[in-house]
Design a protein around this ligand. Structure first.
Ligand code: T1G
Length: 685
């Protein structure tokens, strides 16, 4: 069965695409579309054409799996030009998501009709490229430079209503009658003498032609968000070409920029991220027919920062939450913070007051464990202490109904040991949210030795429902993310004793693309976390700083000195404290290069990632990448620590680890898997 079929109806040629799951514009689809347009042009009975898609969505873009492979014609630009040049007017009937090449096909059509729920966008920049089938030249001509820049440089889709407002969509169809309304529309326009061609429009770009400052302003306004990414600047340059060059030259410029980006490392990394995020939701070794446990009511234990944030995820997804605290005051404070967070979101226009009240209406505060008895899932978010967690799980085990999932939000502790205090370890799982839990996308699903397939599969399905990117981790100290972070933190502490300045260490990591360095992070979190004056013994630089009232941003000084706007600057006193401490510890200080800082802090993370894979604590290397991208701000344009290691070359990583072996201390070992892959010239991904 061909993916593109045509049928004639009342003088119209209806062209249908059926290429599940998302009607990607693979070779067969492109060839089918080209043939359909030729069929219409050659058939005198045909007065107009409607292009529509079966399944859940209009074309969601070029087929990304074809990237990097030898191209097979017709190319998408050729198909889009063919549609626009068609002697019969063409209407695009849009539902679901018209994205990337899919929107470019629609821009090649003479008219666009969409259901109100449809989304339209050019997300190519998220894959490290730019629209390569005329989108950067046609879209500004239809919607103007301002909206085109916003859509192309951010890659964020817009709704059909907004698209209609800005002229991208000519008509909104009834949500349940797209095909019928598209046919009516096509018949209406069929009689017109001429039909609009996006590539020939100029009215919407004249304003920008008179004011080229619009491009600089846009760049400035988005500089912080786009830092480190190559594609956004190329997107702006392509849209500028649409304003400054004739269409044919603009398209050439677009193609040149596209080809450079698509062959580049950043696009390879971002395509890796695209498929890795989708792969992460697959659990390799559980049967597809594993039953899901219905989750209708959720319980959360602890109304502190984590408990409150966790609750909001379920409330925002429309699931009722019962939140338990020991004291009324703590309960009221927790509930108050949840409401304040929602109201702040509403004040930014990202929620309506009705939605705020709906979410708050689903929240039941309680001081009694009994109110959790009929929950389908209970998540404990109490103090990170093994005895406390065991006590809580034992109590839940005695109260909550059979078949319910008992989850712990521990960040480090042994989930199997916690599960063992219950009579139903198969129902126990780790759901490790990241703070702030209502914002951070990552969820580490920690699979215990006895966790059942149903509990695991249900947790993964639920993570999608609460819009998290979930990754399955095995039980080990710190699971995937924190276990690797530990390696970096240890080296950060060690390398400053050898002479690297804390602010140089942070600079090297932020220049690499991480949002913050370890010392900036420590000052933000507070150096006195887990510290007490009574037990302090100047045994670490951190202790000495705390003893000197340098406890971080909150005291105006930590590793950095802070001004009234909390802007940090290097501190001579800290330099002296570290030099003194190093001397006392018999450490000689020396100049440490940026390259050594990078290798010493990031290579051990990769090594630990390889050990996690070796031990089967992660299903695949790309899962580790997804953890670091969504939980620790690792720069997406490098693909994540394991993909980045492949880019650096595993042999270079091994050589670097060997070079710095002494600095890593006696217990350090290079992962067997890493050494093997390096020796065989293999990669992780
Ligand atoms: N190509 C190939 N496979 C794709 C695909 C695509 N464009 N989009 C999705 N898939 C696969 C995906 O890997 C998954 O596979 C399955 O479809 C379902 O996807 C010239 C060059 C459309 C919003 O960037 O954003 O056009 O895991 O799990 O959550 O200018 O998919 O089941 O094996 O994501 O409902 C531009 C990418 C391409 C859009 C649906 N287009 N797709 O989300 O399902 S570049 C995009 C999405 C381009 C031109 C350039 C989402 C979706 P599997 P899913 P979903």
């Amino acid at each position: 069965m061909s993916v593109i079929t045509t049928r004639k109806e009342d003088g119209l040629l209806i062209v249908s695409s059926n290429n599940p799951p998302v009607n990607a514009l693979g070779q067969a689809v492109r060839a089918g579309l080209a043939a359909a347009i030729k069929e219409a042009s050659g058939d005198s009975e045909v007065r107009a054409v409607v292009i529509r898609c079966e399944g859940r969505t209009f074309f969601a873009g070029a087929d990304i799996t074809e990237f990097g492979k030898p191209p097979v014609g017709p190319s998408l630009p050729e198909v889009v030009d063919l549609i626009e040049a068609s002697t019969k007017p063409v209407v695009a009937a849009i539902h679901g998501t018209a994205l990337g090449g899919g929107l470019e096909v629609a821009l090649g059509c003479h008219y666009r009709i969409a259901v109100p729920s449809a989304k339209l966008g050019l997300p190519e920049v998220k894959l490290g490229i730019l629209p390569g089938a005329g989108g950067t030249q046609r879209l500004p001509r239809i919607v103007g430079v301002g909206d085109a820049l916003q859509m192309i440089v951010t890659g964020d889709p817009i709704g059909a209503k907004k698209a209609a407002d800005i002229g991208l969509v000519d008509r909104l169809a009834d949500e349940s009658a797209l095909d019928a309304d598209a046919i009516v529309f096509a018949k209406e326009i069929a009689g017109k003498a001429s039909h609009p061609k996006s590539s020939e429009r100029a009215d919407k770009i004249s304003e920008a032609a008179a004011n080229p400052q619009v491009f600089e302003d846009f760049k400035q306004k988005n500089a912080k968000r786009l830092r480190g990414f190559e594609a956004p600047a190329a997107c702006i340059e392509a849209v500028r070409a649409a304003v400054e060059l004739p269409y044919a030259d603009g398209v050439k410029k677009e193609r040149t920029l596209f080809m450079k980006l698509v062959m580049g490392d950043q696009s390879k990394a971002l395509r890796h991220v695209f498929f890795s995020e989708r792969a992460a939701s697959k659990i390799d070794d559980i049967p597809a027919d594993t039953a899901l446990i219905p989750i209708k009511k959720v319980g959360v234990l602890g109304a502190g920062t984590m408990g409150g944030g966790i609750s909001m995820n379920f409330l925002s997804a429309g699931l009722p939450v019962t939140i338990l605290e020991r004291e009324q005051e703590a309960l009221d404070r927790g509930v108050g913070i949840i409401r304040k967070n929602y109201e702040r979101t509403a004040s930014r226009g990202k929620m309506t007051d009705v939605q705020v009240e709906k979410a708050m209406g689903l929240l039941t505060p309680t001081l009694s464990y009994d109110d959790l008895a009929d929950c389908d899932l209970v998540i404990e978010a109490v103090f990170e202490n093994m005895d406390v967690k065991k006590e809580v799980l034992k109590t839940l085990d005695s109260i909550v109904k059979d078949g319910a999932i008992l989850a712990t939000n521990t960040s480090y502790l042994d989930v199997d040991e916690i599960a063992a205090v219950t009579k139903r370890p198969e129902s126990v799982i780790g759901l490790h949210f990241f703070s702030p839990a209502n914002i951070m996308r990552l969820l580490e699903i920690v699979r215990g030795d006895k966790t059942s397939a149903s509990v695991l599969k249900t947790s993964m399905a639920l993570s999608k429902q609460i819009k998290k990117v979930a990754v399955v981790a095995g039980v080990c100290h710190g699971f995937i993310g924190n276990r690797m972070l530990r390696q970096r933190q240890d080296q950060a502490q060690a390398i400053i004793l050898e002479g690297a300045k804390p602010w140089d260490v942070d600079r090297v990591l932020t220049e690499f693309g991480l949002p913050m360095g370890p010392f900036q992070m420590a000052d933000l979190a507070g150096l006195d976390l887990g510290w007490s004056k009574e037990t302090s013994s100047s045994s670490t630089v951190r202790e000495v700083l705390c003893e000197r009232d340098r406890r971080g941003q909150k005291t105006g000084k930590g590793f950095y000195d802070y001004d009234e706007n909390r802007r940090g600057s290097p501190s001579e006193e800290v330099e002296e404290i570290i030099a003194e401490f190093a001397a006392k510890s018999g450490k000689e200080q020396r100049d440490v290069s940026d390259q050594e800082i990078l290798e010493r802090l990031l290579y051990p993370m990769v090594n630990e990632g390889a050990k996690i894979l070796e031990e089967g604590k992660a299903q695949r290397a790309s899962d580790i990448d997804i953890v670091w991208l969504n939980g620790y701000g690792w720069p997406a344009y490098t693909g994540g620590p394991m993909f980045w290691a492949d880019t650096v070359g595993l042999q270079s990583i091994v050589d670097g680890l060997k070079k710095h072996e002494t600095a890593f201390g006696s217990g350090f070992e290079i992962s067997k898997l890493l050494k093997e892959k390096a020796a065989n010239g293999e990669t992780f991904n």
